[in-house]
Design a binder for this molecule. Sequence first.
Ligand code: ACO
Length: 378
Amino acid sequence: MAEVYAGAVDKGLEGVVACTTGISSIVDATLCYRGYRIEDLAENSTFEEVIYLLWNDRLPKAEELSQLRQQLNQFQELPGPLVQLLKEMPTQGVHPMAWLRTAVSMLALWDGESQSTEAEAQHRVALRLCAQVPALVALFERIRQGQDIVAPRPDQSIAYNFLYCLKGTEPDPELVKVFDTCLILHADHELNCSAFSARVTASSLSDIYSAVVSAIGALKGPLHGGANEQVMLMLKDIGSLEAAKTWVKEALEQKKKIMGFGHRVYKNGDPRAKILRGMSEALTKKSGEPHWYQMSAAIDDTVQAEKGLLPNVDFYSATVYYSMGIPIDLYTPIFASSRVSGWLAHIFEQYSKNRIYRPRGEWVGREGLAWKPLDQRT
Ligand code: ACO
């Protein structure tokens, strides 16, 4: 466990243990959800199973999983009047994360249970959010492209329906499996910036939607979830395998950050990046563009050699999504579509043993100033 020290001002709370949690754990380079290793979950589970695990502290039995799937399917259709309003909202020149943040906030207005503190009602709110955040992301793209809106299939998974509603065609089963694995890999990650934001908002006993909207705002930033989009833009900017090494060296010389590298907690590698690396290699080959993986691997080698930094979850996920033909600015909203399941687990954990977060700030400003009327100020 990281060292705990007092007086950690201006250090991004590095090393501070802000709460106890039983949702996910990071020890060295091992990530577990509720005690299960991410490698096992990625290989053997489905995203729906992981949602159940995160919310219930155990894997579901067959009947429980089937019930969860049915409930998620039942809730994925968005309220008609909301869709009409969203069609009127600007999409051109608008970042999809900004749109999603607004749309999720609007979604609360159609949810009659959004303010409830009753456990079953809050569970239904959570189900609606898990089903509807990915549906909103697909909807954004259809509206932005001026395309007809595609209704989700009631008998399919979240991964299938996201790809189906995004593209309007039957998705390749292999890609559905890959996408489902991405959703599993991004579902939770201990006390990351967005989960912490959700918990801080929930700790004032504000409602679930408010906490999720806070989390979306935090995830959007390029130091957190926004990095996956920046990785693909960087690869495009570099342009070729030959240019990769020099580009990275020059960027590091100029003290620029290489997106998709480094981590506050992992110092010996992010286990999710290892899984995504294999997926990136396979998918870029399948899509006939292996150079994206080759460039990524060259950047990975160079950043490690020059700076000793390892890739995080955002680095190889960029080329995975690119190979699936997903627009670059949707990568972070996809992250949100998965992470909402973890945020909800954190919000419920926070409610279950709540005390409001209220740290202190160490005063470094001026003191004892004498107030002067307007005409005497210089
Ligand atoms: N490229 C170049 N140098 C880096 C990078 C990077 N990606 N990451 C860290 N460093 C350097 C810093 O410049 C600093 O060097 P210095 O000691 O010479 O000043 C040192 O490594 C420590 O870095 P910090 O920024 O202090 O590390 P911190 O723990 O505060 O930040 C973070 C972690 C935000 C992930 C950082 O590594 C970063 O900005 N990475 C790039 C953005 C990114 O990929 N974010 C996604 C993270 S995963 C996630 O949130 C889903």
